[in-house]
Design a protein around this ligand. Structure first.
Ligand SMILES: [Zn+2]
Length: 166
């Protein structure tokens, strides 16, 4: 049993249980014992950090294939939107283009379906909702440059206001 410790100040051997050095009167307790409030405050400061780390969702690390897929996904959406916005409407100033929904074909990772609707006034001034949906196929290589090249995309199906245009 270790019943003797060294005084941190004068380095003389003192009883392990002593809180005060009998030679130099300095506090021989550990830093933690000497600073209970400081330890408690540190605990209060770091506890939320520790909790947030435990609860934090793991940062998703995307593989290069996943990154390319994400670029394709966004490109399909942007391409479809730009096509839709070129279609002349009766009352363009009243048009509200709602954000599209993009889906990947379950059997073909290069086939995307983008759909949404436009609210705008018809010739009689009544608000009408026009649904549209577009299927876009990517035919290029799996590189960012290739995905961002419009020529590598083909509209394979297009329905606008209930009418199958392609
Ligand atoms: Zn001492």
């Amino acid at each position: 049993m270790n019943t003797i410790k060294k005084c941190p100040k004068c380095q003389k051997e003192v009883d392990a249980k002593a809180t005060k050095c009998p030679y130099c009167q300095s506090d021989t307790r550990s830093w933690v014992r000497q600073h209970p409030i400081g330890v408690f405050l540190l605990f209060l400061i770091f506890l939320p950090i520790v909790i947030s780390q435990i609860n934090a969702e793991p940062t998703p690390v995307q593989t290069p294939a996943q990154q390319i897929h994400e670029v394709k996904f966004q490109s399909a959406r942007i391409l479809a939107k730009s096509h839709i916005e070129k279609i002349p409407l009766t009352s363009p100033s009243t048009a509200k283009y709602n954000p599209p929904t993009t889906k990947v074909d379950p059997t073909d990772p290069n086939l995307f379906e983008v759909s949404s609707y436009i609210d705008s006034q018809n010739g009689f001034g009544a608000m009408v909702r026009t649904y549209w949906s577009m299927k876009l196929k990517f035919k290029g290589e799996d590189t960012q440059e290739s995905v961002e090249t419009d020529a590598n995309w083909e509209i394979v199906e297009f329905t606008f206001d209930g009418e199958k245009i392609k």
